[in-house]
Design a protein around this ligand. Structure first.
Ligand SMILES: [Zn+2]
Length: 229
C-alpha cells in the first residue's frame, strides 16, 4: 500500500481479504421478489452512495443474496460438503502456485498486475467480444476490466480448465453487474408499474430474469451472458 502526500511517499505492507455485507436500502426489501420496498428512490440512492464508487470498484466480487425459499430451508438434502469445496480450492491454489513458480512476487492470480494478466488471461474471440460488450454496457473501469480477467482465470482454475472459457468469463462479469447502480432504479420503476408486482404476485417485468436483483441492471447483456453459461 503506497500513501503519497506532499511531504513524501510511504509504502507499507498490506495483504488482506475484506468481506462485507449491506442491505440494498433502509427497509431492506429493495429488489425483493415478494415484499415491496417502501423507500423512495432518493432515499435508496443516498443509502447506496454511502459506499463510494471508487471503494466499490476495488471489491472484486459483488453478490446479491436472495431470500431463502421455505422449500430449500426444509429440504432434507444437504448441499455440497465443505471438504469437497476445500479440495477444489486447494487444487486451484496448487495450479496457481505452479503457474507462478518462477516468480518471487506472485503467489496467486490475485497478485497479477496488467503485464501478467495479458500473458496469463488470454481470451478466445467470443470471450473478447463478450468482455467488450460488458465494458460498454456496464460502464466498467480499467480496474474492473483487470479484476474480471483475474477472476475469470480463478473460476477456470476452480473448474480445472487450462483455458478461460466463455462461461468462466461470463460468471466473472456477473459478479460486477452491480456496478451499474442506476439500472436498479429502472427495475424498481418497472416493478411499480406492474400491478401484479405491487401485490407481490406474478412474474418480473419483461426482459428481467426471475429473482430480485433481476440482475436486471442491464437486461440485454445479462440475457446474453445467461445463454453462454
Ligand atoms: Zn426499501
Amino acid at each position: 500500500m503506497a500513501i503519497s502526500r506532499v511531504a513524501g511517499a510511504l509504502t507499507l505492507p498490506a495483504n488482506f481479504m475484506l468481506i462485507g455485507a449491506m442491505n440494498p436500502c433502509p427497509c431492506g426489501y429493495f429488489g425483493d421478489p415478494v415484499k415491496e420496498c417502501t423507500c423512495s428512490m432518493r432515499v435508496i440512492s443516498r443509502y447506496q452512495k454511502r459506499i463510494s464508487g471508487p471503494l466499490l470498484d476495488r471489491i472484486h466480487i459483488h453478490i446479491e443474496v436472495l431470500r431463502v425459499e421455505y422449500e430449500k430451508l426444509s429440504d432434507d438434502r444437504f448441499g455440497e460438503r465443505s471438504a469437497a469445496i476445500r479440495a477444489r480450492v486447494e487444487a486451484a491454489r496448487q495450479r496457481q502456485r505452479q503457474r507462478f513458480a518462477g516468480s518471487e512476487r506472485l503467489m496467486c492470480n490475485g497478485d497479477m498486475g496488467p503485464a501478467e494478466i495479458r500473458e496469463v488471461c488470454v481470451l478466445e474471440d467470443a470471450g473478447k467480444g463478450l468482455l467488450r460488450a460488458a465494458m460498454q454496457q456496464l460502464h466498467l473501469t480499467a480496474r474492473a476490466y483487470h479484476r474480471i480477467l483475474k477472476l475469470a482465470r480463478t473460476i477456470a482454475d476452480l473448474a480445472g480448465s487450462p483455458s478461460i472459457e466463455t462461461a468462466h468469463l461470463a460468471e466473472a462479469i456477473q459478479y460486477r453487474a452491480s456496478d451499474s447502480g442506476e439500472a436498479r432504479f429502472a427495475y424498481r420503476s418497472a416493478n411499480r408499474a406492474d400491478p401484479r408486482r405491487r401485490r407481490g404476485l406474478g412474474s418480473p417485468p419483461p426482459g428481467c430474469a426471475p429473482g430480485p436483483r433481476c440482475v436486471l441492471k442491464k437486461p440485454r447483456l445479462i440475457r446474453e451472458v445467461g445463454q453462454m453459461v
